[in-house]
Write a new protein. Structure first.
Length: 356
């Protein structure tokens, strides 16, 4: 279950959203793609407010509604069915003292409501302490339950592995026959380095063919590696026009971008090994729009920029594609002067697209 994020790009700072024509991919999230359920609730709330006349709308309409939570639950249910043990349970791998509990619990309840499949919640250290493999079947078991699907909502950041125990738990689970969402290989395909490598036209065409590659590249902004023979050329390009670029590490969760003076300082002081941990991305400049945000019980009006995420579910058994479908959208809006940060960090808010 993944989410591909996009932003409208304008070459002119004075352009409006309606005049901008380019839509560029920000990133592909292959692990812990959150807020699907809360996005659906937010969209329903906004539609209710407009329908009841509490909010005066511009001329236009909401797009057709697809509840992301329902689509994501279908993905988990399809993986559970593929496992072929109706008595097994889905396991959500979570952080100790998890804060994003509402979105996670809603997905758990949708999985039960629509498919009558149970879900348990365990941390990475729980896996190491109480998990075990059945040596005859390679099934993963914990606290008396066999696990059909391991759904990761943790494990994407180095801080999630404070000791060897968490690594041992992840390895034990990866060795089992449980369906992983994602597997370690699919997890790594979501790194910024893979995104940058696929910017290379020849590499992308070798995987999907020229016709599809041309369609995909329309949504690609510039992506450049900071390893290999091109390091000096890329550094020179960025230092000449630093406002046109950002640096991204191989990290998820937001709050890790380097830009402006900080990026320049890092480029000048990092050694080659440190630089290789980053990629350079051409800056996407979304046109700002008037918006309202409810924060601390107060309504604030400001210029905002938005990012649209599209959810998808993909299930593959090694030979055949079992499920491959879209599963709704997520819109996040933040102040136009915010360089980085998302909903979880308190900078952005959940929003709904409205077609005008």
């Amino acid at each position: 279950m993944h989410r591909s994020d996009y932003m409208i790009h304008s070459s002119s700072p004075s352009s409006s959203v309606s005049n901008a024509t380019d839509v560029f991919q920000v990133e592909l999230n292959t692990i812990a793609s959150s807020f699907g359920c809360l996005s659906g609730v937010t969209s329903k709330l906004h539609r209710f407010l407009v329908e009841r006349g509490y909010v005066t709308k511009e001329s236009g309409s909401f797009p057709e509604f697809t509840d992301p939570g329902v689509g994501l639950a279908e993905g988990l249910a399809s993986a559970h069915k593929l496992y072929s043990n109706p008595n097994a349970l889905v396991m959500m791998v979570v952080l100790p003292g998890e804060n994003n509990i509402s979105d996670q619990r809603m997905l758990e309840y949708k999985l039960w409501e629509h498919h009558k499949i149970g879900l348990i919640r365990k941390t990475l250290s729980d896996l190491a302490d109480r998990g075990k493999l059945d040596h005859s079947t390679n099934a993963f078991q914990i606290d008396g339950h066999e696990v059909s699907v391991a759904y990761f909502r943790a494990g994407y950041d180095p801080t999630h592995y404070p000791s060897q125990k968490e690594w041992d738990g992840r390895l034990l689970l990866e060795r089992s026959k449980a369906v992983k969402c994602p597997s370690i290989a699919y997890h790594l395909t979501g790194t910024k380095k893979i995104q940058q490598v696929l910017f290379d036209k020849s590499k992308l065409e070798s995987i999907v063919g020229k016709e599809i590659a041309d369609q995909l590249r329309v949504c690609f902004t510039g992506l450049y590696g900071l390893d290999g023979d091109d390091v000096d050329r890329v550094k020179e390009m960025v230092l000449l026009n630093p406002s046109n670029f950002v640096m991204k590490p191989q990290r998820e969760g937001g709050g890790h971008l380097l830009h402006g003076n900080s990026m320049v300082e890092y480029l000048k002081t990092m050694d080659k090994k440190e630089l290789a941990d980053y990629i350079v991305m051409s800056r996407i400049v979304p046109p700002p729009h008037d918006t309202l945000m409810l924060r601390d019980g107060q309504v604030h009006k400001f210029k905002g920029i938005s990012e649209l995420g599209t959810y998808g579910v993909f299930l593959f058994d090694g030979k055949n594609i079992i499920l491959n479908k879209a599963a709704g959208t997520l819109l996040r809006t933040k102040p136009a002067d915010s360089e980085d940060g998302g909903v979880y960090s308190g900078i952005a808010s959940l929003d709904s697209p409205f077609l005008v």
